[in-house]
Design a protein around this ligand. Structure first.
Ligand code: OFO
Length: 165
């Protein structure tokens, strides 16, 4: 049985993952509007991945006899200055999510909930990957600068993403 404090924190994380999905879907829509199909594809898949993260926690809470309570999801932003601006915001967002996961790990340890602590290790590893992938795209976009050719090459590269980054 999950302790109330852990169930509450996991429910907050479900909400954060669903918000991540919503934010990335909004970023995908922004790219669609700019006819950057590759960028939109990348963000579509990112949104799907966030839904899977939410589901993973949802299933874990149920498996441990906790109660999932879904809260409202905040309205995401819908416009940005540039492609770079979008990915910089995505990186800042992932850093925030990493901090939330770290807080959850600390809470699980403090509550001596070792099953939750073990479950969360997958998310710790996932966040390393997320920050690395998004950080790499930010670096590339900074190198590309105003080059239209570079932008199209990047769009082609992001179009090739099928599932995992
Ligand atoms: Fe769920 O990793 Fe991004 O937010």
């Amino acid at each position: 049985m999950l302790k109330e404090s852990i169930a509450k924190a996991l429910n907050q994380q479900i909400n954060a993952e669903l918000y991540s999905a919503y934010l990335y879907q909004s970023m995908a829509a922004y790219f669609e509007d700019k006819s950057l199909a590759g960028f939109a594809n990348w963000m579509d898949l990112q949104a799907e991945e966030e839904m899977a993260h939410a589901r993973k926690i949802y299933d874990f809470v149920n498996e441990r006899g906790g109660r999932v309570i879904l809260e409202g999801i905040e309205k995401p932003k819908s416009s940005w200055e540039s492609q770079l601006d979008v990915f910089k915001e995505s990186l800042a967002h992932e850093e925030k999510i990493t901090a939330m996961i770290n807080d959850l790990v600390s809470l699980a340890a403090a509550e001596k909930d070792y099953a939750t602590h073990s479950f969360l290790q997958w998310f710790v590893d996932e966040q390393v990957e997320e920050e690395d992938t998004v950080g790499e795209i930010v670096d590339k976009l900074e190198l590309i600068g105003d080059s239209t050719q570079g932008l199209f090459m990047m769009d082609d590269k992001l179009a090739a993403r099928v599932t995992e980054p």
